[in-house]
Design a protein around this ligand. Structure first.
Ligand SMILES: *[C@@H]1O[C@H](CO)[C@@H](O)[C@H](O)[C@H]1NC(C)=O
Ligand SMILES: *[C@@H]1O[C@H](CO)[C@@H](O)[C@H](O)[C@H]1NC(C)=O
Ligand SMILES: *[C@@H]1O[C@H](CO)[C@@H](O)[C@H](O)[C@H]1NC(C)=O
Length: 308
């Protein structure tokens, strides 16, 4: 109980700064604007659904007056945006977003990023590939940083798409045609066929340095102030849930998992995560509940402090 209280205090102090008694300076001059926030939605969702991202945007705007919030729309309509979350090549989506961010005058001094579910790993790709404008904090809410080896349940209304998706992934996730056209195949991580994953995954294996070390990725990720990863303790959508904290199945089997800190990616520090961890830049948060199920109070006390 002590921690949430502390966070509320920190948050209210940040939102309503009072003059420090030692300085004695009057409260004059313009108040520093909060950095803008960029949001990337999850699978089967869209930028502006009033029940999901629309509500998050509203809440953030209410709690942090003056903040500019951009909820990314991938495509020209909400339907296209939703369909693209299944069928538009992720590398292409990341390039589109990099272009949008580079061209948005409001973001040029830097921005915070918050990705929901697959939007979490997509925004990490943005951080690694596109350092300008700079991302300040990356907040991954249920993102799958080591991919998935199963989608036991789909969120929301997409269950018919999910049944089909599951079959396709099981049959041929790593064939070229599927890789290029199916978003979830691009972060499909088969721990039993680790070598095929390493060779053929066009998105996740690339950003996770599985085919060699791209020093640019390392440098860019390490430039983040904080990389916050939220794990849902009762998640029934993501397999394995450990992926939300960058852990995964130990290679060669699909039963036992290992935490990030035991993986070669970390011990060899191929992505700078070990150095970031030592510097206190990796923040692991856990919340009770199913995939993306959290209370407004939890969101405000746990995540808003990173946005002010
Ligand atoms: C490393 O990443 C940068 C940024 O995306 C890219 O321009 C470059 O081609 C990559 N280098 C290699 C060797 O893949
Ligand atoms: C993966 O790629 C390496 C290097 O190109 C190759 O030697 C190996 O046979 C490939 N393995 C599989 C399973 O495709
Ligand atoms: C959620 O998971 C946690 C950790 O495994 C467990 O302690 C808790 O009882 C679960 N809560 C529900 C509602 O199932």
């Amino acid at each position: 109980m002590a921690l949430p209280k502390l966070l509320i205090l920190l948050l209210s102090a940040a939102l309503f700064p009072w003059p420090s008694p030692s300085s004695g300076a009057p409260l004059t001059g313009p108040r520093k604007e909060p950095p803008p926030l960029v949001i990337w939605h999850g699978m089967g969702d869209s930028c502006c659904n009033p029940l999901s991202m629309g509500a998050i945007k509203k809440l953030v705007e209410l709690k942090i007056p003056g903040i500019y919030v951009l909820s990314l729309e991938i495509g020209k309509t909400l339907i296209e945006d939703m369909e693209n979350s299944f069928f538009l090549n992720v590398n292409h989506q990341v390039s589109l977003v990099c272009e949008m961010l580079a061209q948005n005058p409001k973001l040029q001094q830097g921005y915070n990023a918050m990705g929901f579910s697959q939007g979490g790993q997509f925004l990490r790709a943005v951080a690694q590939r596109c350092p300008s404008p700079p991302m300040i904090n990356l907040i991954s809410v249920g993102g799958q940083h080591q991919g998935v080896y199963g989608l036991p349940r789909c969120p929301g209304e997409s269950s018919h798409i999910c049944d089909w998706l599951r079959k396709t992934l099981n049959v041929g996730a790593y064939t070229k045609g599927v890789q290029e056209r199916l978003v979830q195949a691009e972060y499909w991580h088969d721990p039993i066929k680790e070598e095929i994953y390493r060779n053929s995954s066009i998105f996740l294996a690339d950003i996770n340095q599985e085919r060699g070390i791209n020093e640019t990725y390392r440098k860019n990720l390490m430039a983040l102030k904080n990389f916050v990863m939220v794990k849902f303790l009762n998640d029934s959508v993501v397999d394995p849930v450990d992926s939300e904290w960058f852990g995964f199945y130990r290679s060669g089997q699909a039963k036992e998992t290992e935490p990030l800190q035991d993986t070669a990616l970390y011990t060899e520090d191929r992505l700078g995560l070990k150095e970031m961890d030592k510097a206190g830049k990796l923040i692991f948060l856990a919340v009770e509940g199913d995939h993306l199920q959290f209370s407004e109070q939890w969101f405000c006390t746990s995540l808003l402090p990173f946005l002010v």
